[in-house]
Design a protein around this ligand. Structure first.
Ligand code: NI
Length: 392
């Protein structure tokens, strides 16, 4: 079967490159993937799949029935939005949309999703159960997955696979990680309300700036002295503002920040724990405070059994020296985790690094991929899907 998947993928390669270049030249921002979704639906229809558009606002869902001998439903999710970045790669198929660029490789993800659908469509009844392809909008604003789920994309799904490109892994290689892959990312806003006064008479005022300083350092110290250091938390206060003049004690300070964590239990405890610390510090010095903690997407936790299927499929397809077991997770965020609240899943990192060239990071105006990685991605995903049905 692996040989057959390899040979179908090789036949499809020129078409897949063409699809990827079309998507790359016509990027659309999060929630505005109108042309992209119409194009995806067209490619899916041509491959014999019925595509449903406008799922999760601008998303697309298509399903292959399989033989009907296994009742499980497998989902394969790819994201399709671009970023507000002006492309500077000088590629002949550079973005035609001013100020918008596929700088996170979602054009490659979409192409891998489409290529996998084309291969599994050709395998037909050799796939025992249903496979659902989810083309998700608005990943960059961490909302698209929730829109897709709200519109029923995860209904009856038993397991889900996905991928993300990775420029620091060379094209042809695959990164695999068990457990935590990305972090939970939350937003924090704190307002401290003191009492204004003369800069020379602190005893008649409540100094919101000094109390804010206690809060900023107090939070960092509390993380290092009260939380399990093996369950990391990164808290960054990114903005702070308050005060009107050098000799007036400030009555109000506003701060905002981001909070990253890997452990699901830590993610659960963070809102109440942070509010408690801030409130206690403020109360000690007579200030009032408002803490607005918004929980964002959770951490992506790759399921062990599904990651094993991914790993063994990738090893069989490409050989052991092309498989990297990633030693560390990323503290970046990825809304694939939203699907994982409904079914177990696993995401792999697809190497797209260009040999002997400077590889710019994701979200960079000069970000580029080695397009040969598309076939690596398609074969890995298609064979993983095949093995899902036949191994588990
Ligand atoms: Ni991305």
């Amino acid at each position: 079967m692996l040989d057959r998947i390899h040979s179908i993928a090789t036949e499809l390669a020129p078409r897949l490159i063409e699809i990827r270049r079309h998507l790359h030249a016509h990027p659309e921002l999060s929630g505005k993937e109108y042309q992209t979704s119409t194009y995806i639906a067209g490619v899916l229809s041509a491959a014999g799949l019925h595509a449903e558009e406008a799922v999760g606002k601008t998303g697309v869902v298509a399903e292959l029935p399989g033989a009907g001998t296994d009742d499980r439903l497998l989902a394969i999710r790819t994201d399709m939005d671009a970023l507000p970045i002006s492309e500077n790669t000088r590629l002949p198929f550079s973005s035609k949309h001013q100020g918008v660029m596929h700088a996170c490789g979602h054009d490659v993800h979409t192409t891998v999703g489409l290529g996998t659908a084309m291969i599994l469509a050709q395998l037909g009844v050799e796939i025992p159960g249903k496979t659902r392809f989810i083309f998700q909008p608005a990943e960059e604003i961490a909302q698209g997955a929730a829109w897709m789920v709200a519109d029923g994309a995860m209904k009856e799904v038993d397991s889900i696979f996905s991928l993300h490109v990775f420029p620091s892994i060379p094209a042809g290689s695959i990164g695999i990680r068990y457990g935590a892959l990305t972090a939970a990312a939350d937003d924090l806003e704190i307002t401290i309300i003191g009492e204004a006064g003369h800069g020379a008479r602190p005893h008649e005022a409540i100094d919101a700036i000094w109390i804010a300083a206690q809060v900023v350092t107090g939070l960092q110290q509390a993380i290092s002295r009260t939380q399990n250091p093996l369950r990391p938390i990164v808290l960054t206060i990114g903005t702070i503002s308050g005060g009107r003049a050098h000799n007036i004690i400030a009555d109000r300070v506003e701060m905002s920040g981001t909070v990253r964590s890997l452990h699901p239990e830590t993610h659960q405890l963070l809102p109440a724990w942070i509010e408690q610390i801030v409130t206690d510090i403020c109360r000690t010095y007579g200030a009032k405070c408002q803490v607005n903690y918004r929980r964002g997407v959770p951490s992506v936790q790759n399921d062990i059994a599904l990651t094993q299927i991914l790993e063994s499929s990738a090893r069989a397809a490409w050989g052991n020296d092309k498989i990297q077991i990633l030693p560390e997770p990323s503290l970046g965020a990825e809304d694939f985790s939203v699907y994982l609240q409904h079914a177990p899943g696993a995401m792999f990192r697809l190497g797209v690094g260009v040999a002997d060239a400077k590889n710019y990071p994701l979200h960079h105006p000069q970000f580029m991929v080695d397009e040969s990685a598309i076939i690596t991605g398609v074969v890995t995903m298609a064979y993983t899907a095949y093995q899902y049905w036949h191994q588990s």
